[in-house]
Design a protein around this ligand. Structure first.
Ligand SMILES: [Zn+2]
Ligand SMILES: [Zn+2]
Length: 165
């Protein structure tokens, strides 16, 4: 099984007639496009050093979907994978998924879940972000480089597995 086939098998297939895209996302160069058929099951902001470095940003905003609710419609052959723990460009889960053409980070692919980056979604202009995508907590807040003045729970590390700050 090629990486492409293994990847495809985990997600909703192109031929699945029951799949209706509720929201659509694409990378900067449009080579990679995908849709999701459900609302996110959770949404959070991660302040861990890996996200800070790989995203070149103070934090990472992720909305979490089951992979069966995700369908890649374009650019499957453009996807690149990076396992930060092993520092290997291979699809060893969990890993970062990016576009080979423009370098946009597309998602964190876990074993069962797809942690989408909502900035890639088309929410209109100006964007109207659905309530389900709004972050519900901060994680790895103990590693933050920027304070957040909001009422959301702030976990020092993983959600429900670390101290609330
Ligand atoms: Zn791209
Ligand atoms: Zn992180």
């Amino acid at each position: 099984m090629t990486v492409q086939h293994a990847f495809e098998a985990a997600f909703a297939s192109i031929g699945d007639k029951a799949f209706t895209a509720k929201y659509r996302a694409s990378c900067h160069c449009q080579a990679v496009q995908y849709g999701v058929s459900a609302e996110p099951v959770d949404a959070k902001i991660c302040h861990c050093p890996v996200c800070q470095t790989l995203h070149g940003a103070p934090m990472q905003w992720a909305a979490i979907f089951h992979k069966r609710h995700v369908r890649i419609t374009r650019g499957l052959d453009q996807l690149r994978f990076y396992n930060s723990e092993l520092q290997r460009h291979e699809r060893i889960l969990p890993c970062k998924v990016s576009c080979a053409g423009c370098g946009t980070l597309i998602a964190d692919e876990g074993r069962k879940m797809w942690l989408a980056f909502p900035s890639l979604f088309d929410f209109g202009r100006p964007p109207q972000v659905p309530a389900s995508f709004k972050p519900r907590c901060h994680i790895f807040y103990g590693m933050r480089v920027m304070d957040m003045a909001d009422e959301l729970p702030k976990w020092s590390g993983h959600k429900n597995k670390s101290d609330l700050l």
